[in-house]
Design a protein around this ligand. Structure first.
Ligand code: SF4
Length: 270
């Protein structure tokens, strides 16, 4: 309380010490943050409120720069592989559904034994929801995921002859599968030029300025627009691996980054 009274007194004293007209001017205009009021006696009264930072949009990458970045990724890792273990399109689909909000390593640990007994929709249904839960109980949200895996197995048999379909809309119609799942399956199982945006790709797309976007879909469409067709098959994995092992969320390893000269992130450390 004492501090508040002293501050108020000091403010009042400041106004009084100005000539009458100048004091009036201060009361009129000097109350806005950051306003500077000059009295006739040339006294400057300033409130040093920090100006809000206006984030500048990064300079877009040129086509040559994008080509250069992906040429480097390709040279460093010509055949990048996803880290989710699977045996066929069905087990890939199941692994991706199980991987929502879970790590690939955690999913692999559970699916290694699961896929030994259930690598087709028919076998998954025969296993049943309860026993499936036992196999995957180390994975977050396992009850919901078990329900979805049984339901999607049933739908695959009922509507798609037991095969994983080849279109995004059809895969998205399966319980537990969204756009990201569809993109991963289409890319890894069927070689389509789709680009799944997970947390790593989202971060890399935004940080580097390659494809800034507020949503995964915006980033996905932005990346599709700038990445040359010849790199699209592996672009998803290069970007995921880059985000997972180099452009880390908390402490990006800019000093060993292959594209650090091209990256637009103002906070990069090189
Ligand atoms: S320079 Fe740093 S921030 Fe930019 S992509 Fe590389 S690791 Fe990420």
């Amino acid at each position: 309380m004492a501090k508040i009274i002293r501050t108020q007194r000091a403010k009042t004293a400041g106004v009084r010490s100005l000539p009458k007209k100048a004091a009036k001017a201060k009361v009129k205009t000097g109350t806005k943050a950051g306003a500077i009021v000059k009295s006739k006696a040339n006294a400057t009264v300033a409130r040093m409120a920090p100006r809000p930072k206006v984030a500048k949009a990064p300079r877009p990458w040129s086509a040559d720069e994008v080509r250069e970045a992906f040429t480097r990724f390709q040279k460093a890792n010509p055949e990048p592989r996803g880290e989710l273990e699977h045996l066929n399109p069905f087990t890939l689909l199941v692994a991706v559904v199980l991987s929502a909000q879970a790590t690939d390593a955690g999913v692999n640990k559970a699916t290694r034994t699961l896929f030994e007994v259930a690598d087709t929709p028919e076998k998954m249904i025969a296993l049943g929801e309860k026993r499936l839960q036992d196999y995957i109980k180390t994975i977050g949200l396992y009850r919901t995921k078990a329900k979805n895996v049984i339901a999607l197995s049933e739908k695959l048999i009922r509507d798609f002859g037991g095969e994983v379909p080849r279109t995004r809309a059809e895969i998205e119609s399966l319980p537990g599968a969204g756009r990201k799942t569809a993109n991963v399956v289409l890319n890894m199982a069927y070689g389509e030029h789709t680009l799944a945006v997970d947390t790593h790709v989202f971060r890399v797309g935004n940080r580097t300025g390659l494809a800034p976007g507020k949503t995964p879909l915006e980033v996905e469409l932005g990346l599709e627009k700038v990445i040359p067709a010849e790199f699209m098959l592996h672009a998803h994995h290069w970007l995921i691996l880059h985000g997972r092992y180099t452009c880390l969320a908390r402490k990006p390893r800019c000093e060993v980054c292959l594209i650090n000269d091209l990256c637009r992130w103002p906070e990069k450390t090189v």
